[in-house]
Design a protein around this ligand. Sequence first.
Ligand code: SIN
Ligand code: FE
Length: 302
Amino acid sequence: MTSAVGRRSQIISLHTIPSADWHGPFGAAVPGDALKALESGRVLYFPGLAFSAEADGRELFLSGLVDQKAKNISYDPTSGVVKGTVAAGRERPRLQEMMKAFAAAAAQLVLDLFPRYAGGIDRARASYRPVEIAGREYSPLKDDKRLHVDAFPSTPTRGRRILRVFSNINPSGKPRIWHIGEPFESLAGKFLPALARPNASLAYLLAAVGATRGRRSAYDQLMLGLHDSAKRDAVYQASAPREEFAFPAGSSWMCFTDQVVHAAIAGQYALEQTFYLDIEAMTDPGRSPLRVLERMTGRTLR
Ligand code: SIN
Ligand code: FE
């Protein structure tokens, strides 16, 4: 196992962008280099890009705001609806305002950096993660402390990319600790051979009963298979190569979480915005997990 704790300059899975603004213009070389790094599976790290919750927003820094049954608080930027919280009274509109402002900032950041994505991108949910990760107990498949690539059981993407922007807003300066694992191809090479063949009838059934939003493609089934088998494999979890990085409070980062092997180990109070991106909007769709898995299986998966 490689660990790079405390040796930040050697973290090769990160590409650092010094900007402290959620909007452009960015320096001439920034977007081109960033796009290449992002699509090749690195994490874009913005050490000075802070998202400030309101000055008197202290009531938002309470882990008890999350509904016990939910993992995070979610915000739908299209409808403005907040879910997964027990916040009532004056916290509720404040929470909604904070998440709305973050969703807007994250969208502006992505589109100002990568205007070519504009034609193929959709904003999905934003989330607020006020619960400490360390010590939180989940079943293996729900445990994001284990290395994985993202794949959503109820939301098939049919090959679209999952792009996520994160910001650590911890008010007491605590970092958010991530492990960043091996390249996607290496993880896929280990787990793909043992996966069950995609099952079209099961996918049809799940969609028909409303268990999935639309039908899972063969691609979605394989991605879920990779997610699940990596998380279930104790030997892989203990021995897979990884770099550890502590994202400081007041910093932000983004990556394709369907490609970057990652685990969130510790930290409290982060905001996140998810986007779905057509692979045709990428500079190199050949780097998408869809195309990688199609090459590896010799099949069309969409
Ligand atoms: C994850 O996507 O696995 C969790 C990331 C985080 O909450 O920092
Ligand atoms: Fe994840």
